[in-house]
Design a protein around this ligand. Structure first.
Ligand SMILES: NC(=O)c1ccc[n+]([C@@H]2O[C@H](COP(=O)([O-])OP(=O)(O)OC[C@H]3O[C@@H](n4cnc5c(N)ncnc54)[C@H](O)[C@@H]3O)[C@@H](O)[C@H]2O)c1
Length: 311
């Protein structure tokens, strides 16, 4: 089996590449990170069956290089929602247009199966309402969330028109080794610069669900290997929550800092477009076998340990 992993040098994509190679796949990872800066896949340079191409997926070349693939895993996106919030073009180009490129590559090459990494951000701010995949009133409040929702719509149409199978996971915050962004990464960087104080965006009470990257990647592979037909969406999460103050405490403890002054920027959310809390119903995924080793706070703890061990 040959798989293309778009966004394959990223935090989650690179761990998916590892898992697919372990399963015996040939893998082409595509990402716009230059090869000499693609640290997450540096360990694979001599691995049999692995190839890396540093290209922008939005160029014509992308469909060409996907020739012969059996599966497309589309994980490329702008994952820095805050910077995307300053400039809508970032999400339009890297979150939405990359989906169009992935779909054109699937169509042009007759690739029979596709995976897409969607997000809880498609739901918008539902003020704690428990969300199922059937929720009809989707009102994203970030350009990122809107680009993911538009991507899902395009995948639905292409899957029907071209007759390929599409699996979509909507996941919340993902943490784990090789983290490249997000609250844990941000706190560690800030505390390395100044261990006496920590500026926390919002009021620290944003309460979210975290899933461990390796649990997620296992789930992606398990569900893909079952071969769902048509267009299928699953909420994926851990059913538990961790608030930002707790994350700050875990990071400080992990770094051996016991006298850090927390300073809050104020307000209930970290930045415009941030959804401070949401609740997911994952019974559909669980009934199909989704399971996880780490609950939300355990995932945060394991991540802090993993990230600090590489600093
Ligand atoms: N990390 C999370 O908490 C989270 C939560 C929900 C959904 N997701 C989704 O999961 C996927 C992977 O996220 P991640 O956390 O690994 O992010 P990441 O930023 O580490 O990986 C995404 C990769 O996509 C690449 N990319 C972006 N635009 C590209 C383009 N035009 N051409 C080629 N490559 C391009 C980036 O260079 C990056 O390496 C993304 O689609 C993201 O939206 C992530």
């Amino acid at each position: 089996m040959k798989a293309v992993v778009a966004g394959g040098a990223g935090f989650i994509g690179s761990q998916l590449v590892d898992r697919l190679l372990d399963k015996g796949y040939e893998v082409l990872a595509v990402d716009m990170i230059p090869a000499d800066r693609a640290r997450n896949i540096a360990h694979l340079s001599d691995r049999r069956g692995f190839e890396y191409m540093s290209i922008d997926m939005n160029g014509d070349e992308f469909a060409e290089v996907c020739k012969g693939a059996d599966e497309m895993y589309h994980l490329a996106a702008n994952s820095d929602i805050r910077s995307g919030g300053q400039d809508p073009h970032i999400d339009f180009d890297n979150t939405l247009c990359t989906t169009r490129s992935a779909l054109e590559a699937v169509r042009a090459n007759g690739i029979p199966r596709m995976f897409f990494s969607s997000t809880s951000a498609v739901y918008g701010d539902k003020k704690g309402k428990r969300l199922t995949e059937d929720e009809g009133d989707l009102r994203p409040i970030s350009y990122y969330g809107a680009s993911k929702l538009a991507s899902e719509a395009l995948i639905s149409a292409y899957s029907y028109m071209c007759g390929f199978d599409a699996l979509i996971f909507r996941f919340p915050n993902v943490v784990g080794p090789r983290l490249t962004h997000g609250v844990i990464f941000d706190f560690i960087e800030k505390l390395e610069r100044d261990p006496s104080r920590l500026v926390i965006l919002g009021d620290g009470r944003q309460n979210k669900q975290y899933v461990y990257s390796q649990d997620l990647v296992q789930g992606i592979c398990d569900f893909m290997s079952r071969g769902y037909e048509g267009y299928n969406i699953f909420n994926i999460s851990t059913e538990s929550f961790t608030d930002v103050n707790t994350i700050a405490d875990i990071v400080c403890r992990g770094m051996g800092l016991d006298d850090v002054k927390y300073e809050y920027t104020g307000g209930s959310c970290g930045w415009k477009g941030d959804v401070p809390s949401f609740d997911y119903d994952i019974s559909k995924a669980k009934s199909e076998g989704w399971s996880f080793r780490y609950n939300s706070t355990q995932a945060v703890e394991a991540t802090v340990t993993a990230v600090l061990s590489t600093r």
